[in-house]
Design a protein around this ligand. Structure first.
Ligand code: ZN
Length: 296
């Protein structure tokens, strides 16, 4: 049986694994994300040691994802400056001509949840991770959505909550965007502290739920997903997910008449089934896709 290499490339850590084609894991390692000079050699060595037959990568971005682009698989304008314009996929392959596919970490995650997790059987689903940043992957009509570049739904613009003491948020690019208002650092800025130190019943989580519900409403109205999956550290907060569901229904105002939403919101806006490895599992699936497409 052939081997598939998978990399989930994150801003703080790199998770690498090698699987048999049927999904059985052979080995997994985690490395801290330093500069390419420090981090790339052990990653290349890991995949070389296993002689992988295909490679799948889910990475932080933004990324060049047009297969015809000369810099396909490069990280482009990231704020992680050491990785800016870095040809990640090309360097990982090191000249080896094996099937390979790269996508955003969140697209990898939504793919995994659709094939193996909380959105199994769905042809339309969205995965959003809410942690130190906010990113979302979109699966639309049975495939990952890229569009012109790829969706950046973490930066959608929102209406301020009337009781928000910091209604412009903390994003350096936008006044009042989702990430600037609802990621971990935004919560911290709102309470002049660290979001992780707050009790579950702190009133700031009502504001948080309001923003995440606005996001859900916007996703429902634009993409009409069959499932919305919310992951990431912030969603680990007890009681937040039920508040988001309730607020989503309130903000929708009964406009979208689908029983999946109006009667079954608890199974419509859900936690990921594969957390925290959705991205890694998705990277394996990307590698498997690349292998199958090369065969066809
Ligand atoms: Zn923004």
């Amino acid at each position: 049986m052939r081997k598939i290499g998978a990399l989930e490339a994150g801003g703080t850590k790199m998770v690498l694994a090698v699987y048999w084609e049927d999904g059985t894991e052979i080995e997994r390692i985690t490395l801290p994300t330093e500069s390419p000079k420090e981090t790339m050699p052990p990653m290349i060595a890991f995949f070389q040691k296993h002689q992988v037959d295909a490679l799948g990568v889910g990475s932080f971005g933004p990324l060049e994802l047009h297969p015809d682009a000369p810099n396909y698989g490069s990280i482009t304008s990231t704020p992680k400056l050491k990785w800016k314009d870095y040809p990640l996929l090309k360097e990982l392959l090191g000249g080896r001509n094996i099937p390979a596919k790269i996508d955003t970490d969140v697209n990898a995650a939504v793919l995994a949840e659709v094939e193996l997790g909380a959105a199994r059987g769905c042809r339309n689903a969205v995965y959003v991770t809410i942690g130190t940043g906010i990113g979302g992957g979109v699966y639309a009509d049975g495939q990952l959505l890229h569009g012109l570049v790829h969706p950046e739904l973490g930066h959608m613009l929102l209406r301020p909550h009337p009781a928000d003491p910091n209604p412009r948020g903390v994003c350096p690019y936008h006044d009042g965007c989702l990430e600037g208002l609802a990621a971990g650092p935004a919560i911290g800025a709102r309470v002049n502290g660290d979001a992780r130190d707050l009790p579950d019943d702190h009133p700031t989580f009502a504001i948080e739920a309001h923003y995440l519900a606005q996001m859900c409403v916007n996703l429902i109205l634009t993409l009409s997903p069959e499932k919305i999956i919310l992951g990431g550290g912030v969603l680990g907060r007890q009681g937040l997910l039920p508040m988001v569901r309730k607020e989503t229904l309130r903000l929708l105002g009964g406009y979208v008449q689908a029983a999946a939403i109006t009667e079954n919101i608890d199974s419509y806006i859900v936690a990921p089934a594969l957390f925290p490895v959705s991205g890694l599992a998705g990277s394996y699936l990307l590698g498997k896709q690349a292998l199958e497409e090369a065969k066809a």
